[in-house]
Design a binder for this molecule. Structure first.
Ligand SMILES: Nc1ncnc2c1ncn2[C@@H]1O[C@H](COP(=O)(O)OP(=O)(O)OP(=O)(O)O)[C@@H](O)[C@H]1O
Ligand SMILES: [Mg+2]
Length: 219
């Protein structure tokens, strides 16, 4: 402990980038840390280097043989996990996924669990990431972008998780590529509409010091 679930307003927003950076920041502080990406789709075993599990294993300084420990449920198709699993005549058993997460949470390490895409990506016929988060009840790190339109996406995601009684430890506004909107102004606007929730920013090509201060904000 502590443990966090890392979610986002959508895919490619920066969950892995933020998680890997926070893992490195923990390691710089000699803090025992683990990071999991339990469910991953679009995973190509022939070129795994570009995958989320590898990014996390690199940050954790783990060998490639740790893949099953970090990401046991891997699917090839770059689709939502329910669709990707169906392509392989498989399906996710959410009880197993939740049990796997609970084992990690029970350790004394700082744990980051990266979700999939945004807050309501389907995982099975009846469960989305939201149900997964609701069952674990971990504080959330909600990663959002700074592109035009992000404020509405962020507040929509926030409303959905708050309605399920989930606690948001921090909204992390991760600067989008070619953003036309100032990062700080976006964060201030989000903060105005999400009273009581910490809002942090992360610039493009964030430095160690940026991740160090982000870690200080969430811990
Ligand atoms: N602040 C940043 N500065 C530079 N590059 C970034 C930043 N944030 C994200 N990226 C890059 O943007 C891409 C998408 O980010 P990332 O893979 O972390 O998204 P994600 O939310 O984890 O996506 P997925 O839903 O596929 O898991 C990656 O190539 C990542 O390195
Ligand atoms: Mg990712």
């Amino acid at each position: 402990m502590p443990a966090f679930f890392v979610t986002a307003t959508g895919t490619d927003i920066g969950k892995t980038y933020v998680t890997a950076g926070l893992v490195r920041a923990c390691r710089r502080k000699n803090r025992a840390v683990t990071a999991l990406k339990p469910v991953v789709s679009g995973f190509d075993p022939l070129s795994p280097e570009s995958s989320d599990p590898y990014a996390l294993m690199e940050a954790l300084d783990l060998p490639v043989t740790a893949l099953d420990r970090i990401s046991p449920w891997r699917f090839a198709a770059p689709l939502s996990p329910d669709m990707a699993a169906a392509r392989e005549n498989r399906s996710l058993d959410m009880t197993d996924v939740e049990g796997f997460c609970r084992e990690a949470i029970a350790t004394r390490e700082t744990v980051f669990i990266e979700g999939v895409g945004g807050v309501m990506v389907p995982l099975t016929e009846s469960d989305t990431v939201l149900d997964w988060m609701a069952s674990l009840r971990l504080p959330l790190l909600l990663v959002t972008g700074s592109y035009l339109g992000t404020i509405s996406h962020t507040l929509t995601a926030l409303d959905v998780v708050v309605r399920r009684d989930l606690q948001v430890a921090c909204i992390i506004v991760n600067e989008s590529d070619d953003s036309t909107v100032p990062l700080q102004e976006t964060a201030e606007s989000i903060a105005r509409f999400s009273a009581g929730i910490t809002v942090a920013t992360l610039p493009r090509r964030a430095k160690d010091a940026d991740f160090d201060s982000l870690l200080g904000v969430i811990l």
